[in-house]
Ligand binder design. Structure first.
Ligand code: SAM
Length: 373
C-alpha cells in the first residue's frame, strides 16, 4: 500500500514532530488543563492583525472597517469605567498619550503609559477572515503591515513618550520597529539585529512604510551588532529599550520544518537560548538610562525562556552592575485588552497571550522593567 511505503520513507525525526513532543512533555506540566486547548490552537491557522500605517494615504482603513475589522487598541476596555475601577490610580488626561495605571509589587500605584497613535485592526472573535495584501499609495507606501496582533502589545507596553530615545535590540524583520515609529513620538530610534540578511529585510520594510524624511541619520540608526555586546557601545543612554529576543518561536516550530530550531542539528543552539536571552536582556538593561524602561518579549510559552530569563537578568544586573530594577505590573494592559486576547492566568512575573481557537493570537510573553538606578 502507498501508505506503508510512504511511512518507511518519511523522515523519522521531523523537527515539527520533535517540537510537538517537546511541548507536550513540558507545557502539559506548565499549563496543566489549559494545554489541550492551547495545543489545538497552536496547530491551527494563526490569526493576524493589520498594523495600520499612519503615514500611508489610502482608504484601506475604511474598507477594513466596512468588512467588520476594528482597531483593538482604541476599542479596548476602559479600565477606569469597569468594575475593577478600584485597582486603578489617577489617570492622566492627554490627547496624544493613552494611559492606564498599574500597581507595582501589588502595593504601589504608578501609571502605565501606553505608546500612543498605534492602530491595529483585527477581525472579531471567531472570525477567521484573512487580510488581503496591503496596497501601496501614490508615494509607494503600504497601508498596513500584517503581524500577530499580540506582537503589538510589547510596543504599547513600552510606553513611548514624546522625544524619547528608543533602542530595539533585536529588531528584524521590523514589525515592532514599525509600530514604534507609528507613535510619532520617538526622537531617535536605534534598530539593531545581528543577522545582516535580516537587517537588510528590516531596511526594506522601513522604506516600504515610512516616509524618507523620517528615516534620516539624525532620527534613525540601523546596525547589525551582536546585541549581547551593546554595553561596549552605549550604556545608560536610552529612555526605552525593547528586547524582543530569539526564542523557540513555538508556532513556527510546529508548522515549518525549514529553519526549525528543533532540527537535530540545532540542539545545542536551542539549549543555549535561555543563556543568550539573559545576555540580551542584561545588555538592554545596561543600555537604558536610570529611570528608563525595558520591555522583554518572546513568542514562546516556555517558562525557562520567559520568567526564568527575567529573574536571572534582574539578579545579574544587581550583582554584577549594581543596577536595581522594579517590575512594572502589566495587569491594566491585560484588563484593557482581555476582550481581544486570552491571557495566561496568575503569572508571577510578566503577562502572556496564549493561543485560543476563537482568538488565535500569540503566544507572546512580555515583562516590563524599570531601572531605579
Ligand atoms: N522584533 C522583531 C520584529 O518585531 O520584527 C522580531 C525579532 S526576532 C523574535 C529575534 C531577532 O533576534 C532575529 O531577527 C535574530 O536575527 C535576532 N538576533 C539573534 N541573536 C541576536 C543577537 N545576539 N543580537 C542581536 N540580534 C539577535
Amino acid at each position: 500500500r502507498v501508505k506503508g511505503k510512504w511511512a518507511t520513507t518519511r523522515p523519522k525525526h521531523l523537527p515539527t514532530r520533535l517540537a510537538l513532543q517537546h511541548f507536550d512533555a513540558t507545557y502539559s506540566v506548565q499549563l496543566g488543563q489549559l494545554w489541550p486547548s492551547v495545543r489545538v490552537a497552536l496547530l491551527s491557522e494563526r490569526k493576524y492583525g493589520a498594523l495600520f500605517n499612519n503615514f500611508s494615504n489610502n482608504p484601506d482603513l475604511e474598507k477594513l472597517q466596512a468588512q467588520g475589522c476594528r482597531d483593538f487598541i482604541s476599542n479596548g476596555e476602559d479600565p477606569t469605567s469597569s468594575e475593577h475601577n478600584s485597582e486603578f490610580g489617577a489617570e492622566e488626561d492627554s490627547s496624544s498619550v493613552s494611559t492606564v495605571s498599574s500597581h507595582v509589587d501589588s502595593q504601589q500605584q504608578s501609571p502605565l503609559w501606553l505608546s500612543p497613535n498605534i492602530k491595529c485592526l483585527v477581525f472579531p472573535r471567531g472570525d477567521i477572515t484573512r487580510f488581503k495584501p496591503a496596497r501601496p499609495d501614490k508615494f509607494s507606501l503600504l497601508s498596513y503591515y500584517l503581524m500577530d496582533a499580540a506582537s503589538v502589545l510589547p510596543c504599547l507596553a513600552l510606553g513611548v513618550q514624546k522625544n524619547h530615545t528608543v533602542l530595539d535590540l533585536c529588531a528584524a524583520p521590523g514589525g515592532k520597529a514599525l509600530a514604534l515609529l507609528q507613535t510619532q513620538s520617538v526622537r531617535f530610534l536605534c534598530v539593531n539585529d545581528s543577522s545582516v540578511s535580516r537587517t537588510s529585510r528590516l531596511k526594506r520594510v522601513l522604506h516600504s512604510y515610512i516616509p524618507k524624511p523620517l528615516l534620516t541619520d539624525d532620527k534613525l540608526r540601523i546596525t547589525s551588532f551582536d546585541g549581547t555586546m551593546w554595553g561596549e557601545i552605549e550604556r545608560n543612554s536610552f529612555d526605552r529599550v525593547l528586547v524582543d529576543v530569539p526564542c523557540t518561536t513555538d508556532r513556527h516550530s510546529l508548522m515549518e520544518d525549514d529553519n526549525n530550531i528543533f532540527s537535530r542539528s540545532r540542539v545545542g543552539e536551542r539549549r543555549s537560548l535561555p543563556q543568550l536571552q539573559v545576555e540580551l536582556l542584561l545588555a538592554g538593561i545596561i543600555a537604558a538610562c536610570p529611570g528608563g524602561e525595558i520591555l522583554y518579549s518572546t513568542c514562546t510559552l516556555s517558562l525557562n525562556q520567559n520568567q526564568g530569563v527575567v529573574e536571572q537578568a534582574i539578579q545579574l544586573a544587581e550583582e554584577n552592575h549594581g543596577i536595581q530594577l522594579q517590575v512594572v505590573s502589566l495587569r491594566p494592559l491585560v484588563k484593557k485588552f482581555r476582550n481581544t486576547f486570552h491571557f495566561a492566568p496568575n503569572l508571577h512575573l510578566g503577562e502572556m497571550v496564549i493561543p485560543h481557537l476563537a482568538a488565535n493570537f500569540g503566544p507572546i510573553y512580555l515583562c516590563k522593567l524599570r531601572r531605579l538606578t
